[in-house]
Design a protein around this ligand. Structure first.
Ligand code: GUN
Ligand code: FE
Length: 555
């Protein structure tokens, strides 16, 4: 906590001095239609949120008023009657003891078509994992009926776990991505969504011509904007450098500029990927230098992972207003790498948190928060081990984050990364009401933890963050609309159940057969994953580097 307080002034002073490339969305901020516009929600109770990094604030026994999806008043409990009269309400809803509202989670990195194999395929590093599991799974979404079922299940699972906003990668082919956007719209989630682009080093049946890719990316953008749904923003999505030609990346940057779109990709993720880019683009110093040259670093760009970014790379991203999505679980499984959150924040970088389903083996942002805490403690343990000592020094403590900082990353950090900091992330007048109702009263076998006599609200809330799960989330709100209550998805008219029926379970649920490693594409990448080649990257040196990357640097 003490460390967190030291970090903030640095972050703020650096943030003031950088010059971000500003993109502005062309997506009109339309309000909810018809009856929902008039809808007033007034709830008296206790609200937890983290407006400041490292601090958990509580609004105890307040009356919060939501109108047209936005918080219009936060009044003290004793003003209840006044508020009731002002808004012409028969009564004000009162939360029970042990129930609290908190902001909805913002997952800044999810691969929607990978949801089906989440929790499996954990045996290989990134480049082989893409070839063996990921590309075949994503390719299978050309079956649009299957895509509809799978995407319904995906969005419901994420909403059930409290993810009110997600930054999604779709798949390569245009049509399934339109299905994904439709599913998000129908079920009421907030999202930034992209059609994946890849025009090299990819399987024959999962690759596009450059021109086709650019045309489809633009069509995806116009389709999404055409919905005029303020909850859903399109995103330009070059998968990562190894599968995208410079021509494709430059063309995509132009589309992003034209429509003011978000951009997402993967940057300096792990040895395999970094070695691959070095081999393909020896003329550039780093992934960041490549993305800079292509025009893909903007104030609306979110780059996943960044574990091997140098300090100069981080400073450059910060200058551009580009964010990093920290994906601790997938960094453990696919990357064997750490991301130092506090260090990145101290250099002025925007940082959000991501599950990276399916590289991350859980769709839960609670799990991502816990893993972010564990990741930070692993860094401390690693420093202690390599020091050969038995004393933890203040320097070793610098990287450690608490559950409060992890919660900030999962809410405010994500909102900043997605250029939504004025819209969601905390409970403040003027922001949209994207919120989770947490019930800590589920004891015994009906809930994931027990509460004991004498435990106060703060302890119960901390238990939820560290031990809770979707059972505790009894209501989920997006833009002031309750999208899930108990087991029911209230906007779902399609009757697609979270459980697949026996009849369709084979078709809907089964992952495609993994592809054997002999496949020729990404061969370059495959070599880079091998231990000999990977050893050529000095991970520690790359991450700690403070010199300009090389003479070739474009910064
Ligand atoms: N790099 C390129 N594609 C992917 C992906 O699907 N997941 C992860 N974690 N990294 C990637
Ligand atoms: Fe990813």
């Amino acid at each position: 906590m003490a460390e967190a307080k030291q970090i903030m002034p640095d972050v703020l002073s650096i943030a003031r001095s950088v010059q971000p490339i500003m993109l502005k969305s062309n997506n009109p901020q339309l309000q909810l239609p018809g009856e929902e516009r008039k809808f007033v929600l007034v709830i008296m109770g206790t609200y937890y949120h983290t407006p400041t990094y490292g601090r958990l604030d509580v609004l105890r026994d307040v009356v919060l008023v939501v109108q047209e999806g936005k918080i219009v008043r936060i009044a003290n409990g004793h003003e209840e009657t006044e508020v009731q009269e002002e808004f012409g309400l028969a009564e004000v809803r009162q939360l029970k003891a042990g129930q609290y509202f908190m902001p909805g989670f913002i997952d800044t990195h999810v691969h929607a078509p990978q949801y089906q194999f989440t929790g499996t395929g954990t045996d290989v590093p990134l480049m082989e994992w893409l070839r063996k599991y990921t590309f075949p799974a994503e390719c299978s979404f050309q079956d649009l009926e299957a895509a509809r079922h799978r995407y319904s299940l995906l969005v419901k699972r994420f909403l059930a776990n409290g993810t009110t906003t997600a930054m999604y990668y779709g798949s390569l082919h245009l049509q399934p991505n339109l299905v994904l956007v439709d599913s998000i719209e129908r079920l009421g989630q907030r999202a930034v969504v992209g059609k994946v682009n890849m025009d090299r080093h990819s399987p024959d049946d999962y690759i596009e011509d450059t021109a086709d890719g650019l045309r489809d990316a633009e069509e995806f953008v116009t389709y999404t904007l055409g919905k005029k749904c303020s909850r859903i923003q399109p995103c330009i999505t070059p998968r990562f450098i190894p599968t995208c030609t410079p021509e494709l990346m430059k063309g995509l940057a132009e589309i992003a500029q034209k429509y003011g779109c978000h951009i997402q990709s993967h940057i300096s993720e792990c040895c395999g990927e970094v070695n691959c880019v070095r081999e393909m683009h020896p003329e550039y110093a780093s992934d960041a230098a490549v993305f800079e040259e292509m025009g893909l670093l903007t104030n609306r760009t979110v780059m996943a992972h960044g574990t091997l970014l140098s300090d100069d790379d981080i400073r450059h991203l910060a200058r551009r207003g580009t964010a990093v999505s920290h994906c601790p679980l997938s960094n453990f499984f696919l990357g064997d790498a750490f991301f130092k959150v506090n260090h990145a924040l101290s250099l002025g970088l925007k940082v959000g948190l991501g599950t990276d389903v399916a590289g991350g083996i859980s769709p839960s942002m609670l799990s991502a928060q816990r893993m972010a805490v564990v990741n930070s403690r692993c860094i401390r343990a690693h420093k202690l081990a390599v020091s050969g000592g038995t004393t933890v020094t203040p320097e070793m403590e610098k990287d450690v984050i608490t559950f409060k900082e992890a919660l900030w990353l999962a809410t405010v950090g994500g909102a900043q990364a997605l250029d939504l900091a004025d819209v969601v992330g905390t409970f403040e007048v003027g922001k949209d009401f994207d919120a989770l109702l947490v019930d800590t009263n589920l004891s015994g076998t009906s809930g994931p933890f027990d509460v004991f006599e004498g435990e106060d609200d703060d302890q119960r809330f901390e238990k939820f963050i560290n031990l809770g799960d979707d059972r505790n989330l009894i209501e989920v709100y997006v833009q002031g609309v309750c999208v899930k209550r108990g087991d029911e998805f209230l906007l779902d008219g399609s009757n697609v159940s979270v459980k697949a029926t026996e009849d369709d379970s084979d078709r809907i649920m089964s992952a495609p057969t993994p592809v054997e490693p002999e496949a020729a594409y990404l061969d370059l990448a495959h070599r880079a994953d091998s231990s000999d080649e990977a050893a050529s990257v000095d991970v520690g040196a790359a991450a700690e580097q403070s010199e300009p990357p090389t003479k070739r640097s474009r910064f």
